[in-house]
Design a protein around this ligand. Structure first.
Ligand code: GCU
Length: 482
């Protein structure tokens, strides 16, 4: 106070008194938040490497065929590590042979490994989300009249006011269905007027138009089948880059400071947001909260698989072209590799600990994919027995070999063991994952709870929606007993 007096001069005594009186009050409210740590992706990446004691990462291969370090796409050389971690062998070495042992013992071990080393942990105390409707609109998708809501999920930031996270969700429901409808949450932003068909969506032609030579957009197909659709904007929750890790929901919980090695990455943060959207949908009387699914393509296909694996309330999933970090096995040397995911452009999707598996030099030596405690077949298995549809396109149309469709098929086959143990049907091909070969393009394996279809389009799940919707309706008994 003395200092205050001198610096403010003689007239400031009253102000000083007022401040003194207010001091206990000020002490009770939250201290003013210092701004979130601002730095570049390179700095954040380097900081994580330093925390882990890593001095050098192995570089990943290139995705460009003309580059000298182009990724391997020769199937004969792909299975460098042909034996993957056992799905049903407990950490003690004994076999899990019953559904109960899977649920009580093996599944938690796999969950723990994924959380510790691959996708990171959701912090124990993530602030609550409050949903509100900010706008409504009516429109038409194809011939179906729809109503839409723009929703915002505000994350309580009283613990750290410098970061404000507002989850953007656009919900569109068909008007002609009585009673609560099943809903697919799709990772990808779509504003209200786009969602209800009043405004063009870039890449989809004028409002109401059916894109040439392809199927109607997913939303239109869904409402025609009596489903609702909800578009979740992932980057409203967590930016898709490393510089953003001190902000968004990850930064909010860390009070603007960098991540620790076990903290969640963007895939887990996006999946957390999908679970919060499901919290909201479960309260909406027009929605059947027990029949809500999740969909995404590419990096959001990875996020959709993480969502389905870790949030048991999701009833069904469509996993589009998810590649490395999704359905594609880390142990295969084909297309994208662990070393790409650990690099600056992608490490933010993962936990910091994941970087260890791309290490060339460090205080703990070198490590590679063969040392991962898990592989992608286990992520798919965590979805069991709930209906899970693995979707890809073809390289000729732009669904690059980089994604390793064949390896993803092998992982889907391998995951079948857990679906069967839990009384669900897998792909039904009776193959060994090591020798399994993808079925012909456009030949869906859609008889069971675990499904596979490679369509003849590109890097999209668009052409598979017309197979997914009836399959999901059958699996979830949509319209039966409502
Ligand atoms: C890159 C990345 C893939 C990812 C894709 C996408 O190609 O290597 O892992 O799936 O981007 O999200 O579009």
């Amino acid at each position: 106070m003395a200092q205050l007096n001198t610096s403010l001069g003689p007239g400031s005594t009253l102000l000083a008194l007022l401040l003194t009186a207010a001091a206990p009050l000020l002490a009770q409210s939250a201290p003013p938040a210092t701004a979130a740590h601002e730095w570049t992706t390179a700095e954040d990446h380097q900081h994580m490497l330093a925390q882990l004691g890593i001095t050098q990462l192995r570089p990943g291969p290139s995705g460009k065929a003309t580059d000298p370090n182009f990724a391997n796409v020769d199937e004969a050389k792909a299975n460098r590590y042909p034996v993957w971690p056992q799905l049903l062998t407990l950490a003690t070495g004994t076999a899990a042979t019953t559904a109960e042992q899977w649920k009580q013992q093996r599944r938690p071990q796999i969950v723990e490994a994924f959380e510790r080393d691959i996708i990171g942990r959701i912090p124990a105390r993530v602030p609550a989300v409050q949903w509100s409707v900010t706008a409504t609109a009516d429109g038409k998708l194809g011939s179906v009249a729809v109503s839409g809501k723009q929703l915002v999920g505000h994350v309580d930031n009283s613990s750290y006011a410098a970061i404000d996270v507002n989850i953007e969700l656009t919900l569109v429901l068909p008007n002609n269905v009585k009673g609560p409808v099943p809903v697919m949450i799709i990772f990808g932003g779509r504003k209200l007027q786009q969602g209800v068909g009043n405004e063009a969506v870039p890449g989809f032609g004028p409002p109401g138009a059916t894109p040439v030579a392809s199927d109607p957009p997913a939303g239109e197909q869904l409402v025609a089948a009596g489903w609702g659709v909800a578009y979740l904007n992932p980057v409203s929750v967590q930016a898709d880059n490393g510089a953003g890790l001190t902000k968004g929901i990850i930064g909010l919980v860390n009070k603007g400071q960098p991540r620790q090695p076990q903290d969640w990455g963007a895939l887990r943060a996006w999946s957390w947001a999908a679970a919060r959207a499901l919290d909201y949908l479960a309260t909406d009387q027009a929605v059947d909260g027990k029949r809500v699914g999740i969909d995404g393509v590419s990096r959001y296909g990875k996020a959709a698989l993480v969502t389905m694996a870790f949030e048991p309330r999701f009833a069904v999933a469509l996993i589009g072209s998810s590649g490395e970090g999704g359905a594609s096995p880390y142990r295969r040397d084909f297309g994208e590799m662990v070393e790409n995911l650990t690099a600056m452009g992608e490490y933010h999707w993962m936990a910091g600990n994941f970087l260890k598996y791309g290490t060339a030099a460090s205080s703990f030596g070198s490590m590679d994919a063969s040392q991962l405690p898990i592989d992608s077949h286990m992520l798919i298995a965590l979805c069991a027995p709930r209906p899970t549809f693995i979707s890809y396109g073809v390289p000729e149309q732009g669904d690059a070999l980089w994604l390793d469709q064949q390896g993803s098929y092998m992982a889907t086959v391998a995951a079948g063991q857990v679906f069967r143990l839990l009384g669900a049907k897998d792909l039904g091909t009776n193959e060994n994952y090591q020798t399994a070969r993808m079925p012909a393009v456009n030949h869906g394996l859609l008889e069971g709870e675990l499904a596979w279809r490679q369509h003849d389009g590109g890097h999209t799940d668009g052409p598979n929606w017309k197979y997914f919707i009836p399959w999901a309706a059958r699996e979830l008994k949509v319209g039966v007993g409502r």
